[in-house]
Design a protein around this ligand. Structure first.
Ligand code: ZN
Length: 204
């Protein structure tokens, strides 16, 4: 189908055009970024490809324009800041929500804030369910690793065991999202080494 004939694409590009002017006037002055329809709503609702400068937005004919606008804002904030749900990305989203509030668009502001809350709780879930236990497991290994080695090892394990979780993670992003990880790992390692020490004295 020709681009101009696809109503989903026309709708996305028209909403994106308005958002550019109102919320992101300084972003993309040379108009290098393009918007497309994301054909598979199952995997994720939308996607920002920073390499090709393409943003893909799912086709949701039943949803209103603010819903589509919130998806587009989410991806433009990735385009501006980075590809992950880091605290910097969250701050850019909050700034956009503040502007929506000032412009009396409470619905968009609410959707953006809800989206940030959801992504932050997902980060917290990943930490408690996966990253923290894996770091503790590495801290308990016989050969003591320093934090940076442990972190690379943990990301290697995530990539191997949970390829979907690995999507987009690297050590820089991880440290931005989980500033507590280094202290947590060092405390766990110290505790385990201390415990081993106690065990050793028992045998004397
Ligand atoms: Zn995202």
């Amino acid at each position: 189908m020709d681009d101009d004939e696809d109503p989903a694409l026309r709708r996305i590009r028209s909403i994106a055009e308005t958002l550019r002017g109102v919320y992101f006037p300084k972003w993309d002055p040379r108009r290098e970024w393009s918007f497309y329809v994301w054909p598979d709503n199952q995997f994720c609702a939308s996607l920002c490809d920073r390499r090709t400068k393409n943003i893909h937005i799912g086709d949701y004919p039943a949803e209103n324009d603010e819903f589509i606008a919130a998806l587009i804002c989410h991806e433009i904030c990735h385009a501006i800041v980075d590809g992950n749900h880091t605290p910097r990305w969250a701050r850019r989203m909050e700034k956009t929500a503040d502007r929506a509030e000032r412009l009396q668009n409470a619905e968009l502001a609410g959707l953006l804030r809800g989206d940030v809350a959801l992504e932050m709780s997902y980060l917290s879930l990943l930490w408690h369910r996966y990253f923290r236990p894996t770091l503790h497991e590495i801290a308990g290994r016989p050969e003591p690793a320093d934090f940076d080695v442990a972190l690379s090892e943990m990301l290697r394990l995530v990539r191997r065991n949970e390829p979907l979780l690995y999507f987009g993670w690297n050590t820089k992003t991880f440290n931005e999202c989980y500033p507590q990880a280094r202290a947590e790992f060092l405390a766990a390692r110290a505790g385990i080494v201390g415990h081993r020490g106690e065990e050793a004295t028992d045998f004397l």
